[in-house]
Structures are given as structure tokens and as C-alpha cells.
Design a protein around this ligand. Sequence first.
Ligand SMILES: Cc1ncc(COP(=O)(O)O)c(C=O)c1O
Length: 378
Amino acid sequence: MIKVSLLKDLALKHGTPLFIVDHDEVRGNYAEFKRNLPRVQLYYAVKANPDPAIIRTLYAIGASFDVASIAEFKLVHDNIRHLPADARQNFIWDKIIYSNPIKDRRTLEELDRYKPLVAFDNQEEIEKIRRHAPHAGLALRIRVPNTGSMVELSSKFGASPAEAVDLIAMAFDAGLTVEGLGFHVGSQCTNFENYVQALAISSSIMEESEARGYPLKLLDIGGGFPVRYDTHVRPFRELARILRAELDRLFPKSMEILSEPGRFMVGTTATLVAEIIGKSERDGKRCYFINDGIYHTFSGILFDHCQYKVKAFKKGSKTISAVFGPTCDALDVISQAEELPNLKLGDLVYSENIGAYSHASSTFFNGFPPAQVIHIHQ
Ligand SMILES: Cc1ncc(COP(=O)(O)O)c(C=O)c1O
């Protein structure tokens, strides 16, 4: 966590709104994941925060990458441009997965020359890949329980377990190679049972696939690893203990295990500092207007179903206050009930643990640009 005094100094120096990314925290999260799950290859899900500086830091410490658009692929590829052609190709094959099950045909045409590993979850996609990216390797995304996860993904993605092996067979029949299976338990998954069930489902699909003559080499356990936004979220090491035991029980040592953590890698790495630009009282409640909001860094409230605490640097007795963003739109509400002291125009506030799915979905709506980003401990 960045020291509060440093946050204030940086905001006074650079202005607000300021999105401060701590690269020591990025490296710390990577190390925590690897320490607890040494068997699992970590592909950072770039969509959580595609800042090139974060990708560079993770590249430098040996991370792999999960990309879900051609633009994200290129952000990662920028780091390997200088490598000789064969080393570059090895990196793409060993350390990049294109995890979006649906790919535009133009994307596939562009991807084909890189021969990447790509996800799929339906028959149409097999035909599209056969035509437009025949050199890609495949990973079948299956549907698994997302119960209780903050962001549910299973309503949109994943083949039903019952059709999984038929899809694998169809892909092989089309002359493609299915390397393995993948799933996603939903983002910010605090119900660890989702992982347990997903691993059991994967194991039985793999057994059936092998029995039908299609042995698989890899299992991608996706993302979903939760950030401790509050103390109700059980620590990562508890989830990791369950995962280690289940992976060792259900899968042979030779099975490659991949993962795609996004939020876990960057959620805790950034803090936003904003300024009070307006103040009013409505129906007896104090209201603050700040220079960042729901169309900007706080977009995660809407898209990610995440709520962030707004804290003041100033001390003093607190009252329940509303906090609004700067745009001329009534949707721009950060919180209706934040405990804040009596603040003046120009005072600063901050929100911690706002590194994932926040700045990434910031817009220019109403003429307000996204917050300025600065990097510390790079
Ligand atoms: C395919 C895929 N992989 C990984 C992630 C990252 O998930 P998380 O941030 O929950 O770790 C997502 C998030 O939407 C995803 O769709």
C-alpha cells in the first residue's frame, strides 16, 4: 500500500485526478501468486489494466500474458519485437494465450502468422479458425459454476461440459489441434467451491477425451482470484492450498497448468487521488463533487460491480455524505453513503485498491479526460 503522505505529495506535484501505480506491488503480487502456486504458469490478463508500463514490469520478471484482442496482443508483442524470430515465436507459443472465445475473422487472419494458442467454445468458431488461423493451437473453454462471483462470465462463455468432447473431436476432424481445456469461475470469486467443481468437471472431460482418442496436454484455470477489498475475503493462500491439493489429486504431473489472473495482479497496485470541486447539501445530506467519477476511474462501479471507499486525508468527525463525479449526468454517482469529515473545495480524497478494471474502462465522456497516470518504484 502506498504511504498516505506520498499520495498527497504526488498529487500536489502532478495535479489531480491522479492514478498512481506502484510497481513494487505488481512484483509483490506476482511473487505471492508464484510462491503459493508454483505449479501454475501465470498469464497476466491484460484487460484488467493494459498500461504498457505494467506489461513491461511483468515481462521483465518472467510473466506470461492472456490477451483478448489484437490490440492487447500487440501491447505484449512490443516487448518481444527485438528478439530473434525463433525466440519470438517460442515466446508467443509458450507465454501468450488469446483467451477470447469469439474472434473476428480479421483478427484470426492477423493472428495466424504468430501461431498462437487461442480459446474457442463453439462449432462456428472451429470453422472460422480452420479457415482463417489454421496454424493456431486451441484450448476449449468450458462452462463452470460462477456462483457468488462478483462478475459472472458463464452466461456468455463456455461450452457445456456435455458437448465438450464432441467439440474437441470436431476440431481435430477439421485438422486443428486442441491442446487443452480452460474455464473461468467468474471474477472476484470468493466462493472457492467454484474452483473445486470446475477442476472436477475438467478432470472428467479430460478422461473422456483421452478415452475417445484425444488426450489433452494443458488445463487453464482462468482468473477470478479475489482481491481482499475487505477482510471478509479469505486470503489467497487459503484458495491456493485448495487448488494445490485438487490439482495434484486430479491431474498428472505432466499436465501443464495455466492461469489468467487479472484483478489479483493489479487490483491492489493503484490508488486514485481526486479533488473536491463542488459541495452542496441535498435533503440534509452533505454532497461532495470530485474531479473523477463513474465515466472515468470509478467506471468499475458500473462495469465491474466493484465499490471503492473514498477516504479523506483530513481528520475530523465524520458524517455520511454522497460523493458524485464531475460530469453533468445524474448517473455519475460514486457513493450515496461515504463517511467523510467536513471537507473544503480543493481538499483531496483518495481511493485505494483501484488498479483493476478502472482506468482500463475510463472514457472521455462529457469532455473530461481519464485521470493522469504516474508510476512509482518502476
Ligand atoms: C478469459 C478471461 N481470462 C481472465 C480474466 C481475468 O479475470 P480476473 O480479473 O477475474 O482474474 C478474464 C476477465 O474477464 C477473462 O474473461
